[in-house]
Design a protein around this ligand. Structure first.
Ligand SMILES: Cc1ncc(COP(=O)(O)O)c(C=O)c1O
Length: 383
């Protein structure tokens, strides 16, 4: 079996001429920074998710950092963040001189546990510095409990950021990702459900004032005049050529999202009785972006080896929670403090997610997964 972990190659083959045509146009006009494709993409991204503003930036990490900068987060401030996430979510807090407060996640959805969030808020000692914000993450593409998170954030006067690096394109019962929190950030890293051919990101908000501040921060804190600097900013513009690539890919994004959902459902049917599979959003119009299809196994190393022998690539997102990372552990409560994040880090493994598979590809992969499960003897008791 020769299986790709993502569908980037077949997607590239399918869209090659459209992408090259878009790039040719950019080469012809020569506006490589903030060219017309950047504005066009921002309009299309905002329309896609229903947000009032889309502000493109250089990557998903900058999108988070700029969001926190808008909220005035700095030294002494504390920001709540899930421990089970990608390092960038926690990193930006420290880059700004603030401190992360790590929160546990739900074992099924992998997303912020609202009860633990309340616990951490109530346990926070204000003498250490104020709690200012919460960053929630839609891990693996499925929206977190944004209605509840919003209510908690409002009750405690916290700025709420949705890290949707993995979930742009998803929808909950309350609306599309991009509209579920005060500020939402996305990543267009190549392997994301909507990815460019380099780094890219965006911020979504309905708040006019914040949007204007974000546009200023991404260009060195520029004011209304080009060489006027009204605040401290960064250089975080999305390249025109990356915008051109995204415009071509956006045309087929809906179709790819539907294929991802179909694939997740097919995985669930094939594997749901033999291994712990992720929940599939069930409400009307709800969906995950299925950045990853992540199962849980007990003997992960043996399973991963057996999968590789069967020709099925896999990945572990993430092998160590943030509160135990060498760079951040001083801010956490040590091993045992966030048990769900710790247990997940030992058990999760993501299977290939390729929206261009045929049924035969999928059947072959499911067969490989079943064989690997059997070999690593981790069959879940069918309930
Ligand atoms: C949850 C999460 N947050 C933030 C990021 C950062 O995005 P980028 O790589 O575009 O900076 C990623 C990217 O992998 C991510 O998965």
């Amino acid at each position: 079996m020769n299986v790709e972990f993502t569908g980037l190659r077949p997607q590239g083959d399918r869209l090659r001429s459209q992408i090259l045509a878009r790039i040719e146009t950019a080469l012809a006009h020569g506006k490589f920074i903030m060219g017309p494709e950047v504005r066009e993409l921002e309009q299309q991204l905002a329309a896609f998710c229903g947000a009032k503003h889309a502000i493109s930036v250089a990557n998903g990490t900058d999108a988070l950092q700029i969001s926190l900068m808008c909220a005035g987060i700095g030294p002494g401030d504390h920001v709540l963040v899930p421990s089970f996430t990608y390092t960038a979510t926690a990193e930006v807090i420290l880059v700004l001189g603030a401190s992360p407060v790590f929160v546990d996640v739900e074992p099924e959805t992998f997303n912020l546990d609202c009860a633990d969030l309340e616990r951490q808020i109530n346990a926070h000692d204000p003498d250490k510095g104020p709690l200012k914000a919460v960053i929630g993450v839609d891990l693996f593409g499925t929206p977190a409990r944004w209605a509840q998170l919003k209510a908690i954030a409002e009750r405690h006067g916290l700025f709420l950021v949705a890290d949707a690096a993995q979930s742009f394109g998803a929808r909950s019962a309350d609306g599309s990702v991009g509209t579920l929190a005060h500020v939402t950030t996305a990543s267009f890293f190549p392997a994301k459900p909507l990815g460019c051919y380099g780094d890219g990101g965006a911020i979504f908000t309905d708040d006019d004032e914040l949007a204007e501040t974000m546009r200023s921060i991404r260009v060195h804190g520029q004011g209304s005049e080009k060489y006027e600097t009204v605040r401290v900013g960064v250089n975080s513009r999305l390249d025109t050529i990356q915008a051109a690539v995204l415009l071509a890919k956006l045309k087929v994004f809906e179709e790819e999202l539907a294929n991802r959902t179909a694939l997740a459902k097919a995985y669930d049917r094939a594997l749901g009785s033999v291994v712990e599979t992720p929940p599939i959003p069930a409400g009307n119009g709800t969906r995950s972006a299925w950045a990853q299809y992540t199962i849980k196994v007990d003997n992960r190393d043996a399973f991963k080896t057996a999968l590789a022998e069967a020709g099925v690539p896999s990945a572990v997102y993430y092998p160590l929670p943030m509160h135990l990372q060498p760079a951040y552990e001083a801010f956490g409560g040590g091993r045992g403090s966030l048990p769900v994040s710790e247990a997940l880090s030992e058990r999760v493994i993501s299977l290939p997610m390729n929206p261009y598979w045929t049924n035969d590809d999928l059947n072959a992969v499911c067969e490989g997964v079943r064989a690997a499960l059997s070999e690593s003897s981790h069959w879940k008791q069918a309930s």
